[in-house]
Design a protein around this ligand. Structure first.
Ligand code: GDP
Ligand code: IMO
Ligand code: MG
Length: 428
């Protein structure tokens, strides 16, 4: 796998952290290219749980270079906390293992405040963001008023840019939102202190990644969020503010698209969503509740209960086709054990019309209802199984049925949160 893109194919929290940790064994460089501390990627190694927000999920393996690319929105205090937390648990974090792009944009206090304040103004139309300042930071990037990591390591530049930015943000905070203003000196002091601490890790990561690829190293690109939360192709406006699929790699990592050799989507055997926005196969009843409890579906970043529902074959076909996926991995298959029957949305209906694919006019999915088909479930514990043929017949036929519905081969199943709880799926 000289270069592979691994991305979430639903609404986030598909188990990317677990699978990327596992797939990192076969990589030399692991690169995050978008999102920020809105992400929470869980990796469980021998009962020890790690939740990563900025740092790529390859960090728990020795000998890998982990890169925070220019497309990531970096929240310096959170990133430093993450580095410290890992060090306290015995993981070495030094510039040979972690590199941060000088071009990555920085999340400041005003981004977080404005994220939360904007949500209160939206009322019913609120997005249910993570409150981590993601939208305001990417908005400043596009408006060309953001500060980048390179600005934190240069006192003169930092003072000049932050003075101009904060004058406007303070006016917004005070005059539009009636909120307290921020002190320039305090913000500047914090920013420069962060800059000093992060400086050893800061470099031109795009050059590092391209050089590694040129030298025959294996590069894995780790996405955050999921395709249905993509800024352009997701359920706008209920999305995040970056390109979450493989198409984000070129801009967010400085790596040519045509050198991405494989794309693998990650999806749960059911669906979850955190925050607001359309979710056609959401189950508001006892079965949704049962999925939430069995899958411990509470946000890794905010602790919010995740909305739960059935696997959505229409959205999945869309996400994988859009991303040019070669294959996909189904996680949390064990969570479905013991249900009476398993439902899968095979089409949508709206105004009496049936849609088996997601047409552009339905792209935000507002107002569609799912058309379900059912499959028998299994009751046996599958968490200890490692070989496909040893799975109960109903699990195997369920997996083959998902492949038929989605029309892209499934490469692996995940049957528990631990690293080794996976089952390769033989090609048909
Ligand atoms: P990410 O954001 O895509 O990395 O996913 P999260 O870490 O936010 O959420 C996935 C959750 O499912 C985490 O608690 C994982 O430990 C857990 N998990 C991952 N794979 C499996 C699996 O196959 N079975 C079960 N039961 N849990 C899993
Ligand atoms: P990982 O990488 C699930 C959701 C938020 C909200 C919307 C916009 O762990 O899969 P934002 O703070 O990005 O402006 O919020 O996107 N969201 C996620 N949902 N997993 C995530 O990350 C998410 N990151 C953002 O809940 O609905
Ligand atoms: Mg998550």
């Amino acid at each position: 796998m000289p270069s592979v893109s691994v991305f979430g194919a639903q609404w986030g929290d598909e188990g990317k952290g677990k699978m990327i940790d596992l797939l990192s064994r076969d990589a030399d460089v692991v690169v995050r290219y978008q999102g920020g501390a809105n992400a929470g990627h869980t990796v469980v190694v021998q009962g020890e749980k790690y939740v990563l927000h900025h740092i790529p999920s390859g960090i728990l393996h020795d000998g890998k270079v982990n890169v925070i690319g220019n497309g990531v929105a970096v929240e310096p205090n959170k990133l430093l906390e993450e580095i410290e937390g890992l060090r306290e648990r015995g993981t070495t974090i030094d510039p040979s293992r972690l590199q941060i792009s000088a071009r990555a944009h920085v999340i400041f206090e005003h981004h977080k405040l404005l994220d939360v304040l904007a949500e209160t103004w939206k009322g019913e139309g609120r997005i249910g963001t993570t409150g981590r300042g993601i939208g305001p930071c990417y908005a400043d990037k596009a408006a060309r008023t953001g500060l980048r990591v390179c600005d934190l390591v240069n006192e003169e530049d930092c003072r000049k840019r932050l003075t101009a930015v904060l004058a406007e943000k303070n006016a917004l905070l005070e005059k539009v939102h009636g909120a307290e203003t921020l002190s320039l000196e305090d913000e500047l002091e914090k920013a420069l202190a962060f800059g000093r601490q992060l400086a050893p890790f800061v470099c031109d990561t795009a050059a590092t990644v391209r050089r590694a690829y040129r030298d025959g190293k294996r590069v894995l690109f780790e996405a955050a969020q999921g395709v249905m939360l993509d800024l352009d192709h997701g359920t706008y406006p209920f999305v995040t503010s970056s390109s979450t699929g493989p198409d984000g790699i070129a801009a967010g990592a400085g790596f040519p698209v045509r050198h991405i050799e494989r794309a693998i989507g990650i999806a749960k055997a059911y669906c979850t969503r955190v925050g607001e926005g359309p979710f056609p196969s959401e189950d508001h009843g006892a079965e949704g509740e049962r999925i939430r409890e069995a899958g411990h579906e509470y946000g890794a970043t905010t602790g919010r209960p995740r909305r739960c529902g059935w696997f959505d074959g229409v959205a999945m076909r869309y996400a994988l086709e859009l991303s040019g996926a070669d294959g996909w991995i189904v996680t949390n298959v064990d969570v479905l054990t013991g249900f009476d029957e398993l439902k899968v949305a095979v089409a949508y209906e709206m105004d009496g019309k049936r849609f088996s694919d997601l047409p552009a006019e339905l792209a935000d999915l507002d107002g569609v209802s799912p058309v379900y088909e059912s499959h028998p479930c299994w009751s046996e514990d599958i968490t200890g199984i490692r070989v496909f043929e040893e799975l109960p017949e109903s699990t195997r036929s369920y997996v083959r049925w998902l492949e038929e519905v989605v029309r892209v081969p499934i490469e692996m199943l995940s049957v528990g949160p631990e690293r080794d709880q996976v089952i390769p799926v033989p090609a048909l």
